[in-house]
Write a protein that binds this ligand. Structure first.
Ligand SMILES: [Zn+2]
Length: 531
């Protein structure tokens, strides 16, 4: 049996069934590009003919280097030939290179949902797979297979046989309702291998019992050589098997070749994040392998041990999946955590220095206010160095104001403009600047730079890459607290990005704090002397 496991992504089809998820055609393209760059074997683009978004996506498909572009469809209708079934034709005549055809394998569904005989269903499966085979690679998605097997084993197996005889390259066993347990999956898949060889078997699971990943692993152990799933476990109800968890499990724990070289596996976290970005969702901090907490160590004793030997507390090296070890500065943080964190940033302190305790207290207060420094290292470093007296007072903002004006311009078009004015103390001079921007944060940024750049030219090559707002405690609108995260970069060193944070009930205030930290961090990094 081969040690190669093929990975099939259905984020764009099954994942799109998630409540609140509605991918546009450009979203689909962006996700397909990310999957392809990572090296996923199959990307299921959707169901051509089923809705306008999928039609648009298949009419102008993404250019893929590594992945096989796959269309989803259904077996032909009874009483029609495969050539004369408009639904099937839309799928088979699409731009896809492979075709995943879903069909019934549970006799109860054949009777109740399709209202046809068991024989007719077998014929539909066989003929559809034979027609699909003429057009490209084929997969048969055996819907409700495990429930069908339990209800009528022989018929469920006959359906698979028909698909196999029809020429399906892959027979994918679906736990459509998601209720099957891992030990059942392993036993049933073993039995299936007596009819269809494991090299031709795939598994498609849902997480309704919290076992989607475990069920996929059980199927692989029993012989399946394809796993289907979605990015971050997206999918209706409790979601599909999470490929972001499944892939490292197969590659790192079980030693399978998943067609993804190790250096690319290190982009796993990035792949997971790219979907969150498109959905504008906060990444799951506790996600296995890729979450912020996956390799975070909190307890004081624990944190000191991890520095001596990470193997004591980590099941894999965080870098293999693109993650990082984190020594958390938290409300439980002791001095040893703080010192470890400072050492990571190359900040040298005397452990007995009372300023270390002061820093622990300051961080505690900020975190209670909603600051999250593990996503904003640069703000943490600025705060730490400032508290420890290791950063000069580069500038002091005495006041700033910003106004927004929405009006019709001379051409009768609606425009909104922002104007900011800032008063900054630089050494013994006070500079006052005014600037316009396309929004309040942009206007403040331009005004601040006008004031700072003549004195600190090092700021000229930095720019803002991203600006994100999350509302904390959204369940209580009156107490809602915007948290602003700013990503900055330098044109001189494009690989180096830094993140700063601000939290306030006033969004402009929060943005200003994040901006100020970003300038300070740049000056610190460039070892600029105080003006
Ligand atoms: Zn499904």
């Amino acid at each position: 049996m081969s040690d190669r496991i093929y990975i099939y992504d259905t984020t764009l089809r099954d994942g799109a069934q998630t409540a609140g998820v509605d991918f546009s055609s450009p979203d689909k393209k962006a996700i397909a590009r990310a999957l392809d760059a990572f090296g996923i074997d199959y990307i299921e683009g959707g169901w051509p003919g089923a809705n306008p978004t999928d039609d648009q996506f298949f009419a102008d498909p993404p250019t893929l280097k590594n992945s096989t572009f796959t269309a989803f469809g259904m077996t032909k209708k009874t009483g029609r030939s495969t050539a004369n079934d408009p639904g099937l034709s839309a799928v088979l005549n699409s731009t896809a290179k492979a075709f995943c055809i879903v069909g019934k394998t549970w006799d109860f569904h054949v009777d109740v949902a399709l209202g046809i005989t068991n024989e007719e269903n077998l014929e539909n499966i066989r003929e559809t797979m034979a027609a699909a085979r003429e057009k490209g690679e084929t997969l048969f998605d055996a819907e409700h297979f495990f429930d069908g097997y339990k209800a009528n084993r022989d018929y469920a197996l006959q359906c698979l046989k028909s698909a196999h005889e029809g020429g399906a390259r892959w027979i994918v066993l679906c736990d459509t309702n998601g209720g099957t347990m891992p030990y059942e999956i392993e036993e049933i898949v073993r039995d299936v291998t007596s009819v269809v060889p494991g090299e031709c078997l795939g598994i498609h699971t849902h997480d309704d019992t919290g076992n989607a990943v475990a069920n996929s692993i059980a199927a692989v152990r029993a012989g399946c050589r394809m796993v289907q799933g979605t990015l971050n476990g997206l999918g209706e109800r409790c979601g599909n098997a999470n490929l972001i968890t499944l892939i490292p499990n197969l590659a790192l724990k079980m030693g399978f070749d998943v067609g993804i070289p190790h250096e690319r596996l290190a982009k796993l976290r990035q792949l997971s994040r790219s979907l969150d970005e498109i959905l504008n969702r906060a990444p799951a901090t506790h996600a296995p392998y890729v979450g912020d907490r996956a390799f975070a160590h909190k307890g004081g004793l624990h944190a000191s041990a991890i520095l001596k030997n990470p193997v004591c507390y980590e099941h894999v090296t965080p870098e293999t999946v693109g993650n990082q070890r984190k020594i958390l500065v938290s409300d439980q943080a002791g001095r040893s955590n703080m010192i470890a964190r400072l050492n990571e940033l190359d900040i040298r302190v005397d452990p007995k220095d009372p300023l270390v305790q002061k820093l622990v207290d300051v961080v505690k207060i900020h975190e209670a206010d909603g600051y999250a420094y593990d996503g904003a290292e640069a703000s943490f470093e600025v705060l730490a160095r400032r508290t420890l007296g290791q950063v000069p007072v580069y500038f002091k903002v005495e006041r700033f104001s910003v106004t927004d004006e929405r009006r019709y311009n001379a051409r009768g078009e609606l425009t909104t403009e922002s104007e900011a004015s800032v008063k900054v103390r630089l050494g013994d001079q006070v500079v006052h600047t005014v600037a316009e921007g396309n929004g309040p944060v942009h206007a403040i940024d331009v005004a601040m730079r006008k004031a700072l750049e003549p004195v600190y030219p090092a700021l000229r090559d930095m720019h803002l890459v991203d600006y994100r707002v999350r509302i904390l405690k959204p369940q209580d609108a009156s107490a809602a607290m915007p948290r602003v995260l700013i990503e900055s970069a330098s044109t001189r060193d494009p690989d180096k990005h830094w993140f700063t944070i601000g939290v306030s009930t006033n969004i402009i205030d929060a943005s200003f704090d994040a901006l100020r930290d970003s300038y300070m961090y740049k000056l610190l990094r460039n070892n600029v002397a105080k003006a």
